[in-house]
Ligand binder design. Sequence first.
Ligand SMILES: Cc1cc2nc3c(=O)[nH]c(=O)nc-3n(C[C@H](O)[C@H](O)[C@H](O)COP(=O)(O)OP(=O)(O)OC[C@H]3O[C@@H](n4cnc5c(N)ncnc54)[C@H](O)[C@@H]3O)c2cc1C
Length: 488
Amino acid sequence: MSFDISPLSESENLKLLELSANAPGKPVSVSNWSKTFSCTPKLLLAPRTENDVIWIINFARNRNLKVKPVGSKLSPSDISCTDGIMISMENFNRVLQVDKRNCTITVESGVPLSELHKILEFWGLALSSIGSISLQTICGAISTATHGTGVNYGCFSSIVLDLVLIDGMGIRHYCSENENKDLFDAARCSLGALGIITQVTIQCEPSFRLKAVQIPKNLDEILDNLHETVTSAEHVRFWWFPYTNDTVLWRANRTTDPKEPLKESFVVDKLYGFHYYQFQLLLSRMSPDRIPTITKEHYNARFNKKIEWVDDSYNVFNMDCLFPQYVDEWAIPIQNTANALRFLRKWINEQQKIKDGVRVHFPVEVRFVKADDVWLSPCYQQTVCYIGVIMYRPYRLPVPYKKYWRAYEDIMRTFGGRPHWAKAHKMYYFEFEKQIPRFNDFQAIREICDPSGLFVNDYVKRHILPPSQDDSSDSMPVEQISFKMSKI
Ligand SMILES: Cc1cc2nc3c(=O)[nH]c(=O)nc-3n(C[C@H](O)[C@H](O)[C@H](O)COP(=O)(O)OP(=O)(O)OC[C@H]3O[C@@H](n4cnc5c(N)ncnc54)[C@H](O)[C@@H]3O)c2cc1C
């Protein structure tokens, strides 16, 4: 949908031209990394200063348009979608301050993690724990409580020391542990629903190398000795291969050993592990019964051996996420890990016995994250285990996943689960009220920061706002929305 610019004053026209991230007046379609969600904002603007942000907010309010700040637009849900004004933070990419002694850095909110690693490296610093990729912006990662793994390492929201937010009235707020504490606790994971974060100070540590050791391991052995396993290294994760008792256990510790980067084989990892796997998944859309055999073959060919490597921390944390995918990931209290995984295994195995039962792709990813005090963080007051499930979309084609997600989410619910905010999920207002102790406090701050609902998009409306009786979209299931938005 294009935006009719005729009722604008000349100065507004000029300002919009200056701020436009695309040809003004031309419709632009924006989609996420997996191409599972897309939207057509009326305007895509890329401000350079806080005054620009305030101007956009006032402009939007005067014209009754919604506003959505975005980072790299990667999120596997419609959390970053809008049909109003999309604010790309790509020009907010400056370093504002570095405190080497205390290992902190203040940056603008749109700095991509991949660039942040290089900047930090220059100053002899590094992020303590990151996830599988570094394409996110710092505030995209913070706003959804993005996480890595390690029981003594928190999510991105938990490393924030202070931030600046411009609210729905165009008012600039500074907040930290000592100043505007409630806003600070709400804004550190706020889904873009409180306002636009323009800058942030985060805690880092001296730069470090990691030594990763990856070994094949039996799932039951891990589950029977879970505490020993998760505390056996600084960073621990494992990938379980459904239909088998096989896992790959990845452990990493800080080291002063010289670099010895991971060596990838073109034939085994690229040709077989990427291209042939994608082709096999394409064929398995017609014959899903092949999926357990494909899983076993890949485990034996690629993962059934020990490997070790040493590299800069971010290179070791990051991995190849292959091709577009549907993902779902919830956090449960860490003590429920073994039972939840055993239930999931039981369900997957029972489905295998049914002729047209669900067949699922490998892997199931298991990670651990330290408790924090961020109101909307899934780790609020609990050290958690994140269990992630995946269904790949070979050549971007759809595959059935909804029944798998339903069963998975039911299991996660049973074990006290809270969903990852960035990933499409089916938890709504009343459940959040019970599951997240400070959910209502967040609502109260949201009403102060955004009294006119400027930052409310479909995702926020569906998951965060109390349902209104006259609006059936409040309980609209995720797949209907994904179908509508992705046209697959
Ligand atoms: C391939 C892949 C791998 C991933 N791996 C992991 C992983 O290992 N661990 C994990 O936890 N997650 C992972 N994710 C999820 C990812 O970290 C989140 O989706 C993250 O939010 C994406 O960052 P972004 O910059 O693209 O944010 P966007 O998708 O653009 O935005 C996400 C949210 O942040 C808000 N936001 C962004 N910038 C601002 C701002 N300046 N002010 C206010 N609000 C803002 C948006 O409004 C939106 O609500 C992965 C995603 C993909 C696609």
